[in-house]
Write a protein that binds this ligand. Structure first.
Ligand code: 13P
Length: 254
């Protein structure tokens, strides 16, 4: 954790969730309306189909909503795509961009992610920009090189800390139950911090750096307590309110 940076715990529901899941969202919001909610910001990135209903269902401001991707354009002939402005209108304040599943499934490049980040800002959304190495890249000793390249390529030049969040998600740790050692997470986050300060100066020092990949209640205190880890991007464990809240609880002790 970085002193003076307010933590952010973000959930990524991916392609999961139905109308019934809104009860979990309500339970998360209720859980965070206690003093726990004063210790952190929380956002749940639901499937786009649930955004409007999720926005209606949330009675408190303790949880923000996010989308999981957006198109670079505001509107037009792009069948199946959703613009950042549409996400905003549906109730989102954040959008995840460049998740490894999109980089892989949809061949998204750093250049495209950078354009999407600008589109998100223009629509009034904060971008959660994801980076992370694959297992092979790690075995080849290229993890930091890959993270550095993705950071450089995926971020526009005018990054501001109130509209941009970075998520380090090692691809091999996503949905596998495996996590890097605390030393490896610390090394990756320290590297990102120094790269971001070198490029963005004081804004780079204030950017929130999330760790993502098999975060669960059992490892939350250890992972969230690491230097320069300012929150988490949680996949599977964000689908159940009890798990997500148990992860947030780590900030009571940190
Ligand atoms: O991809 C993730 C969040 O974006 C992480 O997923 P898991 O927490 O399920 O490993």
């Amino acid at each position: 954790m970085t002193p003076a940076i307010r933590p952010l715990v973000a959930g990524n529901w991916k392609m999961n969730g139905t109308g019934e899941s809104l009860a979990e969202l309500r339970a998360i919001a209720t859980g965070l309306s206690s003093d726990l909610g004063q210790k952190l910001d929380a956002v749940i990135c639901v499937p786009a189909t649930l955004l409007s209903r999720a926005a209606e269902t949330l009675v408190s401001e303790t949880v923000r909503l996010g989308g999981q991707d957006c198109h670079v354009k505001e509107s037009g002939a792009h069948t199946g795509d959703i613009s950042a402005a549409m996400l905003k209108e549906a109730g989102a304040d954040y959008v995840i961009l460049g998740h490894s599943e999109r980089r892989t499934d949809h061949q998204e490049t750093d250049e495209l992610i950078r354009a999407k980040t600008q589109a998100a800002w223009k629509a009034g959304l904060a971008a959660i920009v994801c980076v992370g190495e694959t297992a092979v890249e790690r075995q080849e000793g290229r993890a930091l090189e890959v993270i550095g390249r993705q950071l450089l390529g995926s971020l526009p030049d005018d990054v501001k800390s109130d509209t941009t969040v970075i998520a380090y998600e090692p691809v091999w740790a996503i949905g596998t139950g495996q996590t890097p050692t605390a030393e490896d997470v610390e090394k990756a986050h320290a590297f990102m911090r120094s790269e971001l300060i070198a490029r963005f100066g004081s804004e780079g020092a204030k950017l929130r750096l999330l760790y993502g990949g098999s975060v669960k209640p059992a490892n939350a205190v250890e992972l969230l307590g690491i230097s320069n880890v300012d929150g988490a991007l949680v996949g599977g464990a964000s689908l159940k309110a009890t798990d997500f809240l148990a992860i947030c609880e780590a900030y009571r002790t940190l």
